[in-house]
Design a protein around this ligand. Structure first.
Ligand SMILES: [Zn+2]
Ligand SMILES: [Zn+2]
Length: 238
């Protein structure tokens, strides 16, 4: 029980006022990692969203909508090379200025503890999905060395799920050794670290942010090509 323990907010370091009441006495409340102010600055994505990327339609101009798709997803789906590869992305929060700061602190300054901030939200989202393999989008070896951990993998672990580290980024040197035509026709970003049985499996990719959707689609292409029956993704932000 942590009734009298004063914990600090993992984001702003302010003291979190301990909630004393029946809930805490019975010790059934979930751990609080951030203060109410920070919690209030995170904007959850609610309401009508793009069928594929999960972007909210609320702040999107009508010209950027094509039925139930946003303009970006519509363009991906128009391209036969990418069509249908990423079935759905489930984002949790809007990528607002506040979350931008938090994510920067998390990944660029290597603050692993911030993975805990999102553990409950990640867990809730993952429990709603049908998962055979939960795959974190890998960092390049250099990035991993710089940061010390992969933020996507950290979020999976803190949410209480086992990450399937089956992908690695293709080293840029290897890329440059290929001929130009090879690079254009095989724009592979990821490769399998070891052989995995993907036939008929439902894969969920995890990343911190969905921006252009290109990273997730590259990974989805590889997984689908290896037999995965569906590829969806979960991202902290969109
Ligand atoms: Zn705070
Ligand atoms: Zn979209």
């Amino acid at each position: 029980m942590n009734i009298f323990l004063q914990e600090r907010c993992l984001i702003c370091d302010q003291l979190i006022r301990p909630e004393v009441g029946w809930r805490s006495l019975l010790s059934i409340e979930t751990d609080q990692f951030i203060c109410g102010t920070c919690e209030g600055r995170l904007e959850r994505i609610e309401g009508e969203t793009c069928r594929i990327c999960g972007r909210s339609f609320a702040a999107l101009a009508d010209d950027f909508r094509h039925g139930d798709l946003c303009h970006d997803c519509w363009r991906w789906e128009e391209d036969p090379q990418w069509q249908g590869l990423l079935e759905k992305n489930c984002p949790i929060f809007h990528y607002n200025d506040f979350l931008k700061e938090v994510i920067a602190k998390f990944k660029f300054r290597g603050d692993y503890m911030l993975a805990k901030v999102f553990s409950e939200d990640m867990k809730r989202a993952l429990l709603k999905m049908e998962i055979d393999l939960l795959i974190p989008i890998p960092l390049s070896e250099e990035r991993l060395y710089e940061r010390g951990f992969n933020q996507a993998e950290a979020m999976i672990i803190e949410a209480g799920f086992p990450p399937a580290n089956i992908l690695s980024r293709i080293h840029s040197e290897k890329q440059s050794k290929k001929s130009r035509t090879e690079r254009i026709h095989l724009p592979q970003v990821f490769q399998f670290i070891h052989e995995v049985q993907l036939q008929g499996k439902r894969a969920i990719l995890v990343d911190d942010i969905y921006t252009t959707g290109s990273t997730l689609r590259h990974a989805a292409k590889l997984l689908k090509g290896a037999g995965a029956v569906s590829v969806k993704s979960l991202t902290l932000a969109r």
